[in-house]
Ligand binder design. Structure first.
Ligand code: ADP
Ligand code: GN1
Ligand code: MG
Length: 371
C-alpha cells in the first residue's frame, strides 16, 4: 500500500476509536519489522493521554479478525491472572481501545485494519541490551507470561501465521525461493544458501522431538525479541509483554531461543561488521536463569536440556527467513535499504556458527538449570 493511502487511512483511524477528548498529535513509534505503529496523543479535561495506534500488516496476517479475537481472549485471560496476583492489569498487559462501532479494530476505506491500545507509560522497550539486568528482567517476564497462559484453552486460538515456527516447512519455502530466484539474487549469496542447506538437521530437530512427544506444546508468545517486552522506568522490573500477534501453541524452547538470538548477540541484528557478532554466553546464562525462574518450575528436564537447541534453531530459522525474504524481493520484513535482509541473515548465520563452536559450553550451562 502506498504512503498516501496509509496516511489517509491513519487519519480515518485516529477519528474512529472511542478515545475521549481531542486529537493532539501522532508520531511514529518503535522499531517493529511488521506493523506500522504510532503514538497518538489526545487531550480532555483530565489532561493528555497517549495511545499506541497500529496499522496491521495484512500481507503477514491474512485473517486480522481472528487475530484480534485471539488477542482479545488472551488479554482478557491475562488481566484476570494479573489481578488475582495483585498486579495492575492496566499496565501489565495490553489494554485495548475499541472502535466507536464497538469492534476491537477499525477498517479504513482502503480496506486496511487498525487497532489501538492504551500506551504503557513510564516504561521502555529493550531495543538493545545495555544492562544485563534488563535482559534478566525480560527473561523473567517472558517466562512468567508463558506460565500465566499454562491453562489457557489453546484450542480456542487461531493459528495467525500457518507453520510460524515449523522450521522444516521454512526450509522448504527457502528452497522454493532459491529455485524461483525472482530477483536474480541467488548467484551472489551462494555461500549463505549453502550454509542453510548444510544444516537441514537443525531445521528438523525440534519438529521431530515434538512429534515424538518429547517436548510439550504450550501456549507461547513466539516472537520474544526483547523490544516486545516493556521494562518499568521506576522499578527496572519487567512490566508488560507486547506484540501478541503470534501467541499460539508452540514450544517453550523457541521462546527462549528467539530472545537469545536477539539479546545475547554482541551486535545489532543488522550489523554489517560480522567481527562484532558473537553469542555472549554470560547473557545467555543470565537469560536462562530468568526464563527458568519466570516459568516457575513448569519446564520439563527435556525442555531445559533443549534450551540451547531452541537458541540455535531460532537463530538459524530467523536467518533463513531473512534470506528467503531477500531472495523473494523483500515482501515480508520492513527494510531500510536494499541489502538489509541480507545483512540481517548474515548476522544470524554468524551467530549460529558461533553457537556451534560453543555448543558444549551452552549445553553445560543448561544442565545447571535442571530442577
Ligand atoms: P511489530 O509487530 O511491528 O513488532 P509491536 O506491537 O511490537 O509491532 O510494536 C512496535 C513497538 O511499538 C514496540 O517495540 C514498542 O516500542 C511500541 N509499542 C507498541 N505498543 C505499545 C504500547 N501499548 N505501549 C507502549 N509502547 C508500545
Ligand atoms: C519480526 O514484529 P517484530 O519486529 O517484533 C517477526 C519475528 C522475527 C523478528 C526478527 C510476526 O518481529 O518472527 O523473529 O521480526 N515477527 C513476525 O527481528 O514475523
Ligand atoms: Mg514487535
Amino acid at each position: 500500500m502506498n504512503q498516501e493511502s496509509l496516511n489517509a487511512g491513519r487519519q480515518e483511524a485516529i477519528n474512529a476509536f472511542a478515545i475521549p477528548g481531542t486529537f493532539v498529535e501522532c508520531e511514529p513509534c518503535g522499531n517493529g519489522h511488521i506493523n506500522d505503529t504510532y503514538m497518538v496523543t489526545f487531550e480532555d479535561e483530565k489532561g493528555m493521554s497517549r495511545y499506541s495506534l497500529q496499522h496491521m500488516n495484512r500481507s503477514v496476517f491474512k485473517d486480522p479478525v481472528s487475530l484480534m479475537n485471539n488477542i482479545l481472549h488472551v488479554t482478557a485471560y491475562l488481566k484476570e491472572q494479573i489481578s488475582a496476583q495483585g498486579g495492575d492489569p492496566q499496565r501489565e498487559t495490553l489494554d485495548f481501545v475499541c472502535a466507536k462501532t464497538g469492534e476491537p479494530y477499525f477498517v479504513d476505506s482502503y480496506g486496511e485494519y487498525w487497532r489501538a491500545y492504551h500506551f504503557v507509560e513510564d516504561a521502555y522497550a529493550l531495543e538493545k541490551i545495555s544492562k544485563p539486568q534488563d535482559f534478566y528482567e525480560s527473561a523473567v517476564t517472558f517466562g512468567h507470561f508463558q506460565r500465566m497462559l499454562a491453562d489457557f484453552p489453546a484450542d480456542s486460538l487461531t493459528e495467525t501465521i500457518a507453520g510460524f515456527h515449523d522450521t522444516k516447512a521454512r526450509f522448504a519455502a527457502f528452497n522454493q525461493a532459491v529455485e524461483a530466484d525472482v530477483c536474480h539474487r541467488a548467484a551472489e549469496v551462494q555461500s549463505e544458501i549453502q550454509f542453510v542447506r548444510d544444516r537441514y538437521d537443525v531445521a528438523c530437530v525440534l519438529g521431530d522431538l515434538l512429534a515424538e512427544g518429547k517436548l510439550p506444546l504450550r501456549v507461547t508468545h513466539n516472537d520474544t525479541k526483547s523490544n516486545n517486552v516493556l521494562i518499568d522506568n521506576a522499578t527496572g522490573k519487567g512490566l508488560c509483554v507486547i506484540d501478541l500477534d503470534t501467541v499460539m501453541p508452540g514450544l517453550a524452547v523457541n521462546d527462549f531461543g528467539d530472545s537469545i538470538r536477539f539479546g545475547a548477540s554482541t551486535g545489532a541484528e543488522d550489523e554489517k561488521d560480522l567481527s562484532k557478532i558473537w553469542c555472549d554466553l554470560d547473557l545467555y546464562e543470565i537469560y536462562m536463569k530468568g526464563f527458568v525462574e519466570g516459568c516457575g518450575g513448569a519446564l520439563t528436564d527435556m525442555e531445559i536440556e533443549c534450551l540451547p537447541v531452541g537458541a540455535k534453531v531460532m537463530t538459524y530459522e530467523c536467518g533463513m527467513r531473512f534470506l528467503t525474504d531477500y531472495l523473494a524481493g523483500d515482501t515480508y520484513f520492513k527494510i531500510a535499504y536494499p541489502t538489509h535482509n541480507l545483512d540481517r541473515a548474515r548476522t544470524q548465520f554468524k551467530l549460529v556458527w558461533d553457537m556451534e563452536q560453543k555448543w558444549e559450553k551452552m549445553q553445560k550451562i543448561a544442565e545447571k538449570y535442571k530442577l
